[in-house]
Design a protein around this ligand. Structure first.
Ligand SMILES: [Zn+2]
Length: 142
């Protein structure tokens, strides 16, 4: 499944809107598979899963700032987990009915690239009880 180049909230193209050829030349195969094809990296393999370095996590496709290390927590789920994005409008949340489940997909609000999913009410002792379960390959920490 390829991600859309239009923001479902407005029907307008995302601020950063590139052709598939441009995305392919800009991203590695692994990045393209997750960011543009809504794939998922294998659990416990991503470079940021257990990382506690302070910093800001930006979209690896377009560079928009998405999450901060102070909202990152140990969920032990195998992917980097955050309890909130750095700003509410940094990401777009979309109902995802693939794989026979109803989940909430998280995309970059600036370019529409796939980041991961968000889960609510799992009982984590965080301020929001939300788990933004994000692929490492979708992020770059600076
Ligand atoms: Zn982006």
């Amino acid at each position: 499944m390829s991600v859309s180049d239009r923001d479902p909230r407005t029907g307008q193209p995302y601020p950063t809107s590139l052709s598939e050829e441009e995305w392919r030349s800009r991203l590695t195969d692994a990045e393209y598979e997750v960011l543009r094809m809504a794939g998922t990296e294998r659990p416990f393999t991503g470079e940021y899963t257990d990382d506690h370095t302070e910093g800001v996590y930006s979209c690896r496709a377009c560079g928009a700032e998405l999450f901060r290390s102070d909202a990152k927590f140990d969920s032990h789920c195998g992917w980097p987990s955050f309890f909130t994005p750095l700003a509410g409008d940094a990401v777009v949340e979309i109902e995802d009915r693939s794989l026979g489940m109803t989940r909430t997909e998280v995309r970059c609000a600036s370019c529409g690239s796939h980041l991961g999913h968000v889960f609510a009410g799992e009982g984590y002792e965080t301020p929001t009880d939300l788990r933004y379960c994000i692929n490492s390959v979708s992020l770059r920490r600076t």
